[in-house]
Design a protein around this ligand. Structure first.
Ligand code: J2J
Length: 539
């Protein structure tokens, strides 16, 4: 392991290099597409349109500008941009320069951003001025104060005391990249289960391979129009096949500001969208909206649903309501992505989360003792393959727990696999809440709560929710009587935790149930809240 990056076992590495990887970089890929597609539109947002040639040119100009500023190969930059065209200009510029973006989400706040900047020793933080009613410059001021390594803040829009992205373009510059296909390209974020989000290092080669396979399975080509409704930096809309798969295939990326039917349906109609990817709560809203609205959505060929478990009841309604194919996607930023295939039977598409996209993905389903279980028996999914990481960035001893000795990633997901390799997600083994696709590491929020003077102990569990699938419930043992849930939520907001991580509900108790080993028995806590919710709905 050098400078925090995991090394791949040589044998596997050479095998994948020979059998799977295309030996391209994102920079060379965009150059090629610009040659082939020139003036064809690559990216379309509400405010801007970029052709392949323009995107390529802007990436060169920005790469030259960033270089002039002092950014260099191997540096890290925390990138927190919404679904706007500049995301792509900046990303491809950084890829060309060999600078690694850390893909923060627009919902992240001080607690997350300060951590990413410090942990990755980021040289720059790139933001939008204001978005969704939030002023990111205020956040940047607070982060910069606490993070000496952070030399630059670059702002899209009104920069105030910071650097303006619009001043960074070296007009007319061409840029020769010094980047290899096996270099790490960026750091994705893990959903996390212990403490903070881990950073996931992905290479040009492994990620581009995941695009190639995704495109094959999802039928992507130059006529594809992909609508991005989820935050573009997330691994799912980024790569399954998402925006990067679309660009790889020469198609058009349409950027929605949010997933509301108002925005999304209008764009599908106007731009003749052929494919989009959503999480279950979004498709539930779309299904309701579809009953009363009459936009022409006939261009849509595929709706992908993933990120969290889709109920079979909802799955059954999607194809009839939208007149297109439903594709279930079960993936993870660490690598492995499973898809139902476009010509699979209804049975498969409704009841399973698909099968691995590559014939080189290795799957093992094991019990608590790492013993392989039988076909259709539930166990934890372990996986290894040509686009699944071999370790987290600066993962230290956590890597030893998260990966087996022979390099299989322990997903923490409980699944069963049928005879033909189709996977059904049955539950979770990791200490995480999946709030409609947004992942919350219980321990991260518990640690913040423990910093409150009135909190003696805290345990966060999921509680069932008809819309989001799960919401979070914090069980608290307080030091004194009279502590208010609202004051704990306010505390978490004030330390700058992303809103989706703030517990939906807080329950005060005097002690936690314990396992025979003396650990907090979260299974019992989940049962307790489920029973309470059931009783409440009965009265
Ligand atoms: C049940 N659980 C699911 C599904 C993910 C494509 C699609 C999704 C992600 C993603 C991604 C699920 N049913 N269909 O990166 O490229 C849960 C599992 C998994 C975790 C990974 C992609 N799809 N999950 O969601 O890194 O628990 O990636 O291990 O955010 O989400 O979360 P994340």
């Amino acid at each position: 392991m050098t400078s925090g990056f995991p090394t791949w076992p040589e044998e596997l590495f050479h095998f994948y290099e020979k059998e799977c990887w295309t030996n391209e970089t994102f920079g060379s890929m965009l150059k090629d597409r610009a040659k082939t597609y020139g003036e064809k539109i690559a990216i379309k947002s509400n405010t801007k349109e970029l052709s392949y040639r323009e995107l390529d040119q802007k990436a060169d100009e920005l790469a030259a500008g960033f270089q002039k500023l002092g950014l260099k190969k191997g540096d890290k930059v925390v990138l927190q941009l919404p679904n706007e065209a500049e995301f792509f200009e900046v990303c491809f510029a950084l890829f060309r320069l060999g600078v690694l973006p850390v893909f923060a989400l627009p919902s992240h706040r001080y607690s997350e951003i300060q951590y990413f900047c410090e942990f990755a020793e980021a040289a720059a933080y790139i933001i939008y001025d204001k978005h969704g009613g939030y002023d990111y410059r205020k956040l940047a001021r607070e982060v910069q104060k606490e993070t000496p390594s952070l030399k630059h803040v670059i702002v899209v829009g009104e920069a105030e005391e910071f650097l303006s992205l619009s001043d960074m373009y070296e007009k007319g510059a061409s840029f020769t990249e010094d980047v290899e296909p096996n270099d790490f390209a960026f750091l994705q974020l893990s959903g996390g289960s212990t403490g903070r989000s881990k950073l996931i290092p992905r290479m040009h080669n492994d990620y581009i391979y995941s695009l190639v396979k995704s495109n094959e399975i999802c039928g992507m080509n130059e006529d594809s129009v992909y609508l991005t409704v989820l935050p573009v930096a997330h691994n799912y809309p980024l790569s399954s096949p998402g925006v990067l798969g679309t660009l790889y295939g020469g198609g058009k990326v349409v950027l929605a500001r949010d997933p509301s039917p108002d925005e999304a349906f209008a764009l599908i109609e106007k731009e003749n969208v052929t494919i989009t990817g959503v999480v279950p709560p979004v498709v539930l809203i779309w299904l309701e909206a579809r009953k009363t609205r009459n936009e022409d959505l006939s261009s849509l060929q595929v709706i992908q649903v993933g990120g969290a478990k889709l109920s079979a009841e909802a799955a059954k309604r999607i194809s009839p309501a939208f007149g297109c194919t439903l594709q279930q996607v079960y993936g993870m930023a660490e690598g492995l992505v499973n898809y139902t295939r476009l010509h699979d039977s209804d049975e498969r598409v409704i009841f399973t989360q698909g099968k691995p996209m590559s014939e080189y993905d290795e799957i093992r389903i094991v019990d608590e003792n790492d013993q392989i279980v039988g076909i259709s028996e539930v166990g934890e999914l372990l996986t290894r393959g040509p686009y699944t990481i071999q370790g987290y960035y600066k993962g230290g001893s956590h890597n030893e727990r998260a990966f087996t000795k022979d390099g299989f990633y322990r997903t923490g997901d409980l699944v069963k696999v049928d005879e033909e390799g189709y996977i059904t997600v049955e539950g979770r083994h990791k200490d995480q809440i999946n709030r409609g696709g947004e992942k919350i590491a219980a321990e991260e929020v518990e640690n913040h709560l423990l910093a409150h003077e009135d909190v003696y102990d805290a345990a966060i569990v999921s509680m069932p929710d008809p819309f989001l699938g799960e919401r979070s419930c914090a069980y608290i043992i307080p030091y004194r009587e009279g502590v208010k849930a609202a004051s704990l939520k306010k505390f978490l907001k004030e330390i700058g935790l992303a809103a989706f991580k703030i517990p939906d509900r807080i329950e005060f108790v005097q002690k936690f149930p314990q396992t025979p080993l003396g650990k907090v028995d979260k299974k019992s806590l989940r049962q307790m809240i489920e029973e309470k919710l059931n009783q409440q709905t009965l009265v």
